[in-house]
Ligand binder design. Sequence first.
Ligand code: LLP
Length: 431
Amino acid sequence: MLHENLGVNEKGHLTFAGADVVTLAEKYGTPLMLLDEMRIRKTIRTYKQALEENFGAGSYPLFASKALCFKGIYRLAAEEGIGIDTVSVGEIYTAKAAGFDLKKAYFHGNNKTDADIRYAVENGVGTFVVDNEDELRALESYLAAAGKKQDILLRITPGIDPHTHKAIVTGSVDSKFGSAIETGQAEGITRLALSLPHIVLKGFHCHVGSQIFDIDPFTEAADIMLRFIAYIAANTGYTAEVLNLGGGLGVKYVEGQPVLDYAAVIREMAAVIKLRAAEIGCALPHILLEPGRSLVADAGITLYTVGSVKTITGYKSYVSVDGGMPDNPRYALYEAPYTVLLASKADAPSDFKCSVVGRCCESGDILQENVTLPKPVRGDILAVLCTGAYNYAMASNYNRIPRPAVVWVNEGADTLAIRRETYEDMTRLEV
Ligand code: LLP
């Protein structure tokens, strides 16, 4: 099995976090997303402990809540004592509604509107991650009028060559995010931040990309950022307290991909980063990481009911399910690989090659191609694994398909986390 929270019981049904998924599909209906609560808590604890042990108190993880945003996950983050990365007022609002202490929220985004700035400051968001000079000036002018001060980090683009690390695009100089070191704009915005009376500069942020299995991009980014911090200290006298290295550690979606030991990865990162800091002569700031995918992806699976199964003679077979790109647009967008299992016959031999497709009126509505399953029939339950990150968060109502229900599973016990969307929910905004 792909992950250790999966198994097969005596009925031949797939089990997830100790529960029979076919039973849960019957109880809650499909499509259905299940979330393994203990797995999320465990991974959070691993990050939290590893950051503190290797970088000291004041170094901690922020959950990148764009990966999975709903009230329950912010409650869990609050209980585990971690911070959150938010990218919109919608996320901040949801965190607040869940009772999350917004002092531990970091507010990202390359285009915060004046209304966003006002909302976040009024609601006590702890730290802004300021993207660019326009935003910095807008924030300062709002703060000056409101008579308030605000902690910020500056988002810097370290300029890592995307040709070396193909998956990495967000940290390159030509990016919609941040200010580049290479062009001198990172220094410029730092000097500006230091000159503004209502801005309290706490340090710097960078993010190199997502679904990364190698530590080199992180240590390379850290090296560049530490050199920048040392340069700024030498030239302005300002010492950064915080270096946020963003998110991006990878998750195993399919066989052949590694399982990362996040504690070991952080330990290795720390060894390299401390060495580099000593060589550069830069005091080590507190290190923050912003994991999204790695905290929730493999703690989620999605269940579907099989509908039509058809074979186009001489071509291939299609298995249609009662969800698709509305609840999981990642294959349509990125050709993202997933492991698909026939959950209601999980112990049967797999010999039926097919494409698993959704129910939308669009050929691109594919969940996965070239899948081999036991031959499914109408009514079987199919599971797509590793759907906890960027699935529910990116779900839509395309073709007026309601979003699935989400259920917590905790060592065999299930509780509703998000109720299934109704047709009434979908039309409630319409006048
Ligand atoms: N911090 C920043 C500033 C980010 O932009 C991101 C992700 C993260 C943290 C979290 O990265 P993670 O640990 O999840 O890799 N929709 C895409 C992923 C987009 C990621 C955007 N930024 C997908 O479905 O694969």
